[in-house]
Design a protein around this ligand. Structure first.
Ligand SMILES: [Zn+2]
Length: 224
């Protein structure tokens, strides 16, 4: 563990540790977004018996929640953009209304269809793309299918036009395509030769940001 190292202040190893809560009725929540409802996130407190320097380390369980926390913002994030799934929403909600009317007029079992369509609309309501100092990530907003690749694995990122299909699907030209609206995407090629494409309403900006991020990651040779 980090605190098994000597005290950074005096260099001694006369250290003591205890676990402490990051929240209480008397003060602010010190690790926002990392607690469970009844169980506050924990600190491992380390005190140096020689100089008194006291250090707080977020416990392992709390650190495990950092990436998925809604309150904790990752500092080294250089790009974040969400494209609303306007097209998916319009199509699925339109069809849901049609099937709801059919279900009312004809067959009760048809109610299954609008329910499936509403769930689909919710699952694909937007696509968010992020670039950090290490990886490229994307997710459909309620959290379905969040994926990432290390920047060092990417060799190229170029804008492409896509066909009239949305969601998660495969095509021979782009490989796996993730999109929710429009006809624009950025095609990405990995060092392994694997390809995929991310739908976006700002393909030029995303491709440029990726090119920049890849250039700063020496292991990958970026081909413009
Ligand atoms: Zn010390």
């Amino acid at each position: 563990m980090t605190y098994a190292k000597p005290c950074p202040e005096c260099g001694q190893k006369n250290l003591y540790t205890a676990t402490a809560d990051s929240r209480g009725g008397y003060g602010p929540e010190l690790l926002p977004g990392l607690s469970r409802f009844f169980n506050g996130a924990k600190f491992e407190v380390v005190v140096c018996a020689d100089c008194g320097l006291t250090r707080f380390f977020a416990a392992t369980e709390a650190r495990g929640k950092l990436a998925s926390s809604k309150k904790m913002e990752e500092i080294m994030k250089t790009y974040e953009h969400s494209q609303p799934g306007t097209l998916v929403l319009v199509v699925t909600l339109g069809l849901a209304v049609v099937f709801a009317v059919l279900a009312m007029m004809l067959l009760k079992p048809l109610w299954v269809t609008p329910v499936i369509l509403l769930v689909t609309a919710w699952l694909f309501s937007s696509l968010t793309v992020e670039i950090t100092d290490r990886d490229l990530r994307w997710r459909f907003e309620p959290g379905l299918a969040h994926k990432s690749v290390p920047l060092a694995e990417i060799v190229s990122a170029t804008p492409v036009r896509t066909g009239p299909s949305w969601g998660i699907h495969w095509s021979p030209r782009t490989g796996w395509l993730y999109n929710v609206s429009g006809f624009d995407a950025v095609a990405i090629t990995l060092r392994s030769g694997k390809k995929f494409a991310l739908g976006t309403d700002e393909p030029q900006i995303l491709a440029a940001r990726l090119a920049e991020a890849i250039r700063q990651n020496p292991p990958a040779g970026f081909e413009a």
